[in-house]
Design a binder for this molecule. Structure first.
Ligand SMILES: [Zn+2]
Length: 394
């Protein structure tokens, strides 16, 4: 009898649990449809989600109570009374995205639709973790300070890092920052008392490009984040391809030169040694015998300095060689080159495309577009901020 009673209670609990879960799923579905297609009437939400009108009405009422949806004046009538239209309340909260480069940190404050409200950037002279952490804190605090007063406030902080991040947000290895086993997520959550997501920067950039940039209509996209190193965000069927442990996409460490130079990852002949901002800086140092940054060399190229132009051409070709390999493997419809190297588009685009034309398999070249990000380095911070919004609304 007692056993039966316990069984009944447990069964009851699991049904209630399931019902709560299903209701939450349906609510997310309704919210997602309003976020994607607003303005929408309740009847249109019902059509778009397949949920019946009664369910939609009660879920919309809850979303209005929670400040996530609001009503606007009547829309077009399809015969009867003109329906009230629903909008997503993108001003219900704000999100912060931080992009940790090797030689800079940038941050954005956005609303819940990814509209940028404020931007900050600072140059990094040193990649010592404690110093970088202090800079992250400073930029984040500056952004929090100007966040508008909203019902949910700052919903969290998304961070993009050029390194290998595990599914708990721990940075296992960031060779170009010289970081190993860094618990950035934990430390930031303790400090700010806000949810934090840490993501590989190329994944964050790919996500930004897919949501706000040129990848909106793409199914299979390769995003190359080219700064001091090279990372890639691989989008397959509109989702980030992560691999078994979330480490996929470390293309900068593909071997392209069998007996090449030694890389900070321990391997030799890695692609990023020949095709990144680091390659540009190294070539410039060899040629001009002084430390020049990307911007210095761009200035020389603009002044038609042959040496500088030759350096960009060489790096552009090397970038194209690696991209041709990736096009052969993934058969993408879109390739986007982003992060700091996008500033040198004028000088690297032609040699890059020529290398792809010469080296990628002809079938693979038929339906692929190669583009440079128009979001510059903002794409990564924006992608990180928006990943945080998705986590908040999930
Ligand atoms: Zn390497």
């Amino acid at each position: 009898m007692i056993v039966q009673l316990i069984y009944k209670v447990v069964l009851q609990m699991s049904i209630t649990g399931d019902q709560t879960y299903i209701k939450q799923m349906n609510k997310n579905l309704v919210l997602h449809s309003i976020r994607r297609e607003a303005p929408l009437s309740r009847a249109q939400v019902s059509l778009s989600t397949g949920l019946n009108k009664g369910t939609v009405s009660s879920l919309v009422a809850e979303l209005i109570d929670e400040n996530l949806v609001y009503e606007i004046g009547p829309g077009k009538s399809s015969g009867g009374r003109r329906p009230v239209m629903l909008m997503f309340q993108n001003k219900a909260g704000a999100s912060i995205g931080i992009d940790i480069g090797v030689n800079y940190i940038s941050g954005v404050l956005t609303d819940l639709n990814g509209n940028v409200l404020e931007k900050k950037e600072t140059a990094l002279q040193n990649t010592n973790y404690r110093l970088v952490f202090a800079e992250i804190v400073k930029i984040t605090e500056d952004l929090i300070a100007v966040a508008p007063a909203t019902p949910y406030g700052v919903v969290g902080i998304g961070v993009g890092v050029p390194g290998i991040v595990d599914d708990h947000g721990n940075i296992l290895l960031a060779p170009n920052l010289d970081w190993q086993d860094v618990r950035l997520k934990e430390e930031m959550e303790d400090y700010f008392q806000l949810p934090v997501t840490v993501e590989n920067e190329a994944n964050a950039g790919a996500y930004g490009e897919m949501t706000f940039g040129q990848g909106k209509d793409s199914d299979t996209m390769l995003f190359f984040s080219v700064g001091i190193g090279i990372g890639s965000g691989i989008i397959v069927d509109k989702s980030i391809f992560r691999g078994t442990k979330g480490f996929a996409g470390e293309v900068g460490h593909m071997s392209v030169e069998m007996n090449g130079a030694k890389c900070s990852c321990g391997n030799r002949g890695c692609w990023e040694l020949y095709a990144s901002e680091k390659a540009i800086e190294n070539e410039a140092k060899n040629f001009y015998n002084e430390e020049l940054r990307l911007e210095d060399l761009l200035k020389k190229a603009d002044e038609k300095e042959a040496g500088a132009i030759r350096i960009f051409h060489g790096v552009g070709e090397n970038l194209g060689i690696g991209i041709a390999n990736m096009i052969n493997v993934y058969n993408p419809d879109l390739v986007v080159i982003g992060n700091r190297i996008a500033k040198s588009k004028l000088w690297i685009e032609n040699p890059l495309k020529r290398a792809v034309e010469t080296r990628a398999l002809p079938f693979h070249q038929q339906n692929v577009k190669i583009a440079f990000s128009e979001m510059n380095s903002d794409g990564i911070a924006l992608g990180a901020a928006y990943l945080m919004v998705e986590t908040f609304l999930a």
